[in-house]
Design a protein around this ligand. Sequence first.
Ligand SMILES: [Zn+2]
Ligand SMILES: [Zn+2]
Length: 311
Amino acid sequence: MRAAVLHGPGDLRVEEVAEPAGEVVVAVGAATACGTDRKMLRHGHRVLGPYPARFGHETAGVRLDTGERVLVSDSVACGACAPCRAGRGAICRAPTWVLGGFAERIAAPAAALHALPDGLELAAAASAEPLAACVHAVARAGRLPSAAAVLGGGTIGLMLARLLVLEGVEATVVDRHRERRAQARALGARAATELPPRELVLEAVGRPEAWRAAIAAAAPGATVVLVGGCPPGADAVLPAGPLHYDELDVRGAFHHTRADVERALALLGSGAIDASVILGDVIGLDGLAAALLAPAKGPARKPVVDPSLTG
Ligand SMILES: [Zn+2]
Ligand SMILES: [Zn+2]
């Protein structure tokens, strides 16, 4: 079968590879791409394993054994480590990562699979993976205030804003791209170019300067949730004044639990979240490298890989 294979930083090749073997094999119908895939291609990533490595972690398709339509979650928590026993599978110490969605087929443990709501298209279903991380991040915020700010109008920031809007929160998305501010408004959020002081700030950029800006702009007593992961090895120098004198609660948010994924699929299945706002062009495996290396500009959209397409 054909698969996208990473051979080193910046080196993606589409190749014939052996058929995958595992508990369940899923024919990939749609694999959406995100900023993490861009990072994986450019720099590698701690969950990739040694080169040559397979990637693609937002994957939906059809089980070869039962014909059921499924989302292939990108991880299975171990269930035994201290965080897992405390109900915090998102920070499991020994997860099984399930990567390789950018291929015609993927093997996965049955525990990674989620049945899809009827009528939910595969591309939208694949986006349940990042949406689950957003569900998780909003839960990390705790009790929600009446108004919140989201720094970054990429696909994660937009999904965070939509979740807040669904909770009745007045959400303001802060982004310098006009097109992304328009997307935020289409989702029922407000949009701005400067962070307003809010009791809740969700950072969805993933750069130390954005972490700093989120903390600097938060209202006294606010909660700041850091959703965007910084580049490997990055240190963030944070403003000590507001952290101390304004008693800010700063919380990390990483990944998701199985329950977050189920919630994301339910939101997509009911139409409460319309993934088409953030889904981009449908491309074949051969178009993936160019899509991931293209400069980020214009509206925030996730490329959708359909491995059955050629050219
Ligand atoms: Zn992703
Ligand atoms: Zn665990």
